[in-house]
Structure formats: structure tokens, C-alpha cells
Write a protein of this length. Structure first.
Length: 269
């Protein structure tokens, strides 16, 4: 992947004010999730984030939307949701964001993208209140980190770092045990988005896409619905899964496990 030394637009009037710009941007931005991206005919384009979250989460979703809209290639807007937190079913052409007490699943959040070839056709984000209602994770910092990271995955981003014990990189795309300084994107996230979306397509999957009905009816609550393991973290836990419908139609699910979780994925080989 090639990188360009570019300066980002001024980051004014945004909740991502904590971002510190270095000049010029270095080649540290190298964290695309495969080559998956929304098809669109021009930049910037707008991704709708369906609000299926409770009032406890509204401000965190608004913060994530504002932060990611700092990008020079994409904007986001929070719109009325079209599903429920428990079901969190996909809607083509947009991302549905949900929260619910999904249970002691081992995960804090998951992001799923539905694909036609390499083009993202829809996305869902699930935030697990079974953990966020506990004293450990019921903080603004944890809620901002996980919301920001899972929404970021639905644009085609992966993590900058996956070691919970490393020093924070100042981005929500970095795993950490202490999220205070990792609540928002940083300059390298915006640079990676510029790289991912440096080309345009002949058609758009934003509000103009279709999927087999089966792909929009799944609940995707756990590994039993996520398909086979495609990638793993250094600790051996699954990183993301693939559910293949044939003909280039797939659902990929990226998982943010609770730190310290050991996952038995023997049925997903």
C-alpha cells in the first residue's frame, strides 16, 4: 500500500479536538481492513448512522459521528434507526448502531459489514450493555472508545495496535486497558481513510444497493452466527469472521473482546 505525505484540513469545531497533528503525516497509516470500502462516485460521501441506541448512548454516537466526519473523504450523519437494539438487523446503504444487554458473550462490541465483492453494502454495530452496565466499563471513556472503533470498522478501517498493554497511540483504533486518551480518531486514521477512498467507483452502494434477504435478517449475536474464523489476534482469540453466501456476497464480523477473555472457537474452524 502506498502512502502520501499530506496535511489534513484544519480540525475545527469538532469533538476530536484532542487530536494532535504532526507535520507532515508519516507512513504509520497502514491499517485498512482488507480492501473493503463503500462504493461511491465522488468524495466526500455521507454514511448514515442509524440511531437504535438508548439515551445513555446518544451522546457517544453523536461524538463518533462528529469525529469521523472530520475526514476529508467521508461524512456521517445520525438518522433514525430502522431496527431494534436486540435484533440489530442490517439496512442496505447505511450503518445501524445498536445497544442491548446481549449477555455474557465475552465481547464489548462487534462491527459487521455486508459485502458485494469488496464493496460494503451495509453495516451494523452492537454495543453490549451486559458489560457497559458494570462499574468497569460504565465510563464515558470506554463508551467513546468502543463506539468510535466499531463505527470506524464499518468504513473499512482495522486497528493501529492490538496490544492492550502498549502505550496509547491516541486513537480509538488502538486497544488499551486505559482508554482516557484513546476516545477519538487520530491523524493516521484520517490518512488511512484518504488512502482507502483515493479512487472512485462507477456506481454507489450508499442508499443504492441490494442484498439477498437472508443477509439482512440475521441477528449475528455470537460466533455461532458469524461463520468461520478468518483472522486472529496475537493471543489466539478470533479477530474477525466470515459468513459466505456465495457469488461474492459475504458478511464479515470484527470483534472487540473483553480484555482477558479466552474464546473457544472450535466450531468456527
Amino acid at each position: 500500500m502506498s502512502h502520501r505525505n499530506t496535511l489534513l484540513p484544519a480540525l475545527l469545531g469538532t469533538s476530536a479536538a484532542a487530536i494532535t497533528l504532526l507535520t507532515p503525516l508519516s507512513a504509520q497509516a497502514d491499517h485498512a481492513w482488507g480492501n473493503y470500502h463503500w462504493a461511491r462516485t465522488s468524495n466526500p460521501f455521507t454514511v448514515s448512522l442509524g440511531d437504535n441506541v438508548s439515551s445513555t448512548w446518544d451522546s457517544h454516537l453523536a461524538t463518533a459521528s462528529s469525529d469521523w466526519s472530520v475526514s476529508s473523504v467521508l461524512n456521517t450523519t445520525v438518522v433514525a434507526g430502522r431496527t431494534t437494539g436486540q435484533a440489530c438487523r442490517a439496512t442496505t446503504g447505511r450503518v445501524e448502531v445498536c445497544n442491548y444487554t446481549y449477555g455474557s458473550t465475552g465481547w464489548l462490541g462487534v462491527a459487521s459489514i455486508s459485502l458485494s465483492g469488496t464493496h460494503i453494502v451495509s453495516g451494523t454495530v452492537k454495543l453490549n450493555d451486559s458489560y457497559f452496565n458494570t462499574s468497569t466499563y460504565n465510563t464515558s471513556a470506554w463508551r467513546n472508545l468502543v463506539t468510535c472503533q466499531e463505527v470506524g470498522h464499518t468504513f473499512g478501517l482495522d486497528h493501529q495496535d492490538e496490544n492492550f498493554d502498549n502505550a496509547n497511540l491516541g486513537t480509538c483504533m488502538d486497544y488499551t486497558n486505559s482508554p482516557a486518551s484513546n476516545q477519538h480518531p487520530n491523524a493516521h486514521d484520517y490518512e488511512e481513510l484518504q488512502i482507502i477512498y483515493s479512487h472512485t467507483d462507477s456506481s454507489s452502494t450508499i442508499r443504492a444497493a441490494s442484498l439477498p434477504p437472508a443477509m439482512t435478517q440475521l441477528r449475528l449475536d455470537g460466533p455461532g452466527q458469524w461463520g468461520r474464523v478468518v483472522s486472529r489476534y496475537e493471543d489466539g482469540n478470533p479477530k474477525w469472521y466470515e459468513l459466505d453466501f456465495g457469488g461474492g456476497k459475504r458478511i464479515l464480523t470484527h470483534v472487540f473482546w473483553v480484555p482477558g477473555t479466552e474464546v473457544d472457537d472450535s466450531e468456527n474452524q
